[in-house]
Design a protein around this ligand. Structure first.
Ligand SMILES: [Zn+2]
Length: 64
């Protein structure tokens, strides 16, 4: 099974929220191995999620 870039970015984003099925992870890896665009998009997404989460924790701690 070969994913399109659209399906790949959707899976990457879902993978940040839930555990992907084995087949989904394999398909994702395969696509990321050949597609630099999705690798960059995925890294950016993970970075943004992390930044948002850290910001939320910061707000929580500082009493907002
Ligand atoms: Zn792609």
């Amino acid at each position: 099974m070969m994913l399109t870039c659209k399906e790949t970015t959707r899976l990457v984003s879902q993978g940040l929220d839930r555990d992907l099925a084995f087949g989904e992870r394999v398909a994702l890896r395969l696509h990321l191995a050949i597609c630099v665009g999705c690798r960059r998009a995925g890294a950016q997404m993970a970075y943004l999620r992390k930044a948002v989460r850290e910001l939320a924790e910061f707000d929580l701690k500082s009493g907002f």
